[in-house]
Design a protein around this ligand. Structure first.
Ligand SMILES: Nc1ncnc2c1ncn2[C@@H]1O[C@H](COP(=O)(O)OP(=O)(O)O)[C@@H](O)[C@H]1O
Ligand SMILES: [Mg+2]
Length: 263
């Protein structure tokens, strides 16, 4: 109420949009929690990694000192060594998971990123009898991306593809080109295909959930991290799969040079 000489002249309403303020506050809290989680996980991982290494070295020594005839003991040691590998992988993945969220967006050429990654995989693929080829459309545009996390995205997808094709070998194909959403937004599309067993229909929802895995040494974190990173880029990931192969489609927004050149 606005008063003058005890007479009410009028009533003043003040409306304030606190939603923006609230959003920023929540976002800040989330970032702080993430940073703390990252620190705790990093220390924890370090503390756990050393004992696992010791156990693993001990087991290898035991294997050397166990007579060959004792197959039961050897089997048990191999199982325990497998557990050590699984724990180490899990630790690595949890570390990466806690690190996601720090994005440094810049214009990025996905073609050269993928060619660089595939070069790293070449020796292993040659050993396994896996062929690969990359096809890049000439009109492909750079995306707005964080290089480290996109390395992670494509490494996860390539490593799954290589693993499911396994010793039978096969073909890994990467196709890169422009894509326009129905709303006319410009994306760069990356298709990564393998000639593995495919993913059964009923499993396709679950594969993006953390800890879902069908691999004995898997962590089940690869695709959930991948999806989180792609989403943070305002992109999209989906797949086509059939008995005989799987294609993961990744769409990342191209960099808007007029607005975002300052990034
Ligand atoms: N290219 C693929 N072909 C067939 N199955 C796949 C493929 N990629 C992922 N999967 C399935 O999705 C599961 C989850 O993958 P991911 O999240 O990377 O975890 P992990 O690799 O540790 O198992 C895999 O265990 C596998 O069953
Ligand atoms: Mg994986």
């Amino acid at each position: 109420p606005v008063k003058q000489n005890n007479k009410i002249l009028g009533v003043l309403f003040i409306f304030q949009d606190i939603s923006e303020h609230e959003r920023t506050k929540i976002r800040t809290q989330q970032l702080e929690q993430r940073a703390l989680l990252g620190e705790v996980t990093a220390v924890f991982a370090h503390e756990v990694r050393n004992p696992i290494n010791n156990i693993s070295t001990g087991l290898q020594l035991m294997a050397l000192n166990t007579p060959k005839e004792d197959t039961e003991a050897h089997e048990m040691i191999q199982r325990l060594l497998g557990d050590c590998t699984r724990l180490t992988n899990l630790m690595e993945s949890v570390l990466t998971f806690s690190r996601t969220g720090n994005y440094n967006f810049a214009p990025l050429d996905l073609g050269s990123l993928l060619e660089r990654l595939l070069k790293r995989w070449r020796p292993r693929m040659e050993r396994l009898g896996i062929q690969y080829h990359v096809k890049i459309a000439p009109d492909t545009l750079p995306v707005r991306g964080d290089q480290r996390s996109l390395d992670q995205v494509f490494t996860n997808l390539i490593s799954n593809a290589v693993r499911v094709m396994g010793k039978q070998g096969g073909t890994l194909a990467v196709k890169i080109g422009p894509h326009f959403s129905s709303g006319g937004k410009a994306f760069t599309q990356v298709d990564i295909s393998d000639t593995g067993p495919g993913i059964p229909e009923e499993m396709r929802k679950q594969i993006f959930e953390p800890f879902f895995t069908t691999s004995p040494n898997g962590t089940g974190l690869g695709l959930s991290i991948t999806k989180e990173i792609v989403t943070a880029h305002r992109g999209r990931i989906d797949l086509t799969s059939f008995p005989g192969g799987t294609i993961f489609h990744i769409y990342l927004p191209v960099i808007n040079t007029t607005e975002e050149i300052k990034l």
